[in-house]
Write a new protein. Structure first.
Length: 277
């Protein structure tokens, strides 16, 4: 089976546990207003790989995943949206599991449905997935639709389904000033996470404008240009401890600490930027 791959990264440090070989798949249906990879939206682009060829290419970097003779990393499939190519990712991960390589799926969950044939394909993927990093753009569905073009009821359903399956999750949320940092939404996200039984980590990511030039190159108007500045990165929250937070982040820190105290063993405000193709 062939899949459409946008780009590859051989030494990812923020895309799952340890050092990761990151595969960015081509294609995404959501149109996030702050997307830093708009060139991955179209299903027409990308480079074709077979799952076997792609794994063999990734496996050349296996020494990067070792520390003191033990596995300390693995392979992450991101996007775009990898769930638009579920069968390909499943085959790719099967090759990885044959070598006992840790596999991570980085997804926004938009294609998820409990309907067939998707759910059977998704279940097959979960059999070879060690960790799912689920990116909650916005917890309130109406705001999620305004932000991305789609509601999020199925994404919430996916989170609960993964919890019921006993599959480990990391939850990610980008703090966009004035859009996704409101008190109501943050506490609603906290309440959802409290329901989930398998969340191992929560990552709070800063809004940035590193993808702005890509929008200009593609001749796509950037919806947030001129209206927002990048998130202040002076604040960091690590294991419930607020360090060097400016006043802008006092509420965020309090909210995250409360979330930490309730149910989450490891919550961190990421001051560096997540990988981009």
């Amino acid at each position: 089976m062939e899949g459409k791959v946008h780009s590859l990264e051989s030494f990812g440090l923020v895309d799952g546990p340890g050092v990761r070989y990151v595969v960015f798949m081509q294609g995404c249906r959501m149109r996030c207003k702050y997307c830093h990879n708009p060139e991955t939206w179209s299903m027409e682009g990308g480079e074709l790989y077979t799952a076997k060829d792609l794994f063999e290419k990734a496996y050349r970097y296996k020494t990067y995943w070792m520390k003191n003779g033990k596995l300390n990393g693995g392979i992450t499939v991101s996007g775009g949206e990898p769930l638009l190519q579920t069968e390909f990712v499943t085959e790719f991960f099967r090759y990885a599991k044959e070598k006992d390589i840790h596999t991570t799926l980085d997804t926004a969950g938009n294609p998820f449905t409990m309907e067939e044939p998707f759910i059977s394909k998704f279940n097959a993927l979960m059999e070879v997935t060690d960790l799912t990093m689920l990116d909650f753009k916005e917890i309130v569905s109406s705001k999620h639709k305004e932000l991305t073009g789609w509601g999020n009821e199925n994404i919430v359903q996916m989170a609960k389904y993964l919890s019921d399956l006993g599959k480990d999750m990391w939850i990610r949320h980008v703090l966009v000033p004035g859009l996704t940092d409101d008190e109501e939404g943050l506490f609603e996200l906290r309440d959802l996470i409290r329901e989930l039984k398998t969340v191992r980590r929560v990552e709070i990511l800063p809004y940035h404008t590193l993808g702005l030039e890509k929008w200009k190159h593609l001749n796509i108007p950037y919806p947030l240009e001129g209206g927002l500045t990048a998130t202040d990165k002076n604040g960091i929250l690590f294991n419930g401890q607020s360090r060097g937070c400016c006043k802008t982040w006092q509420f965020i820190s309090q909210c995250m600490v409360r979330m930490f105290q309730i149910s989450i063993p490891y919550i961190v405000y990421i001051c560096h930027i997540a990988s981009a193709p």
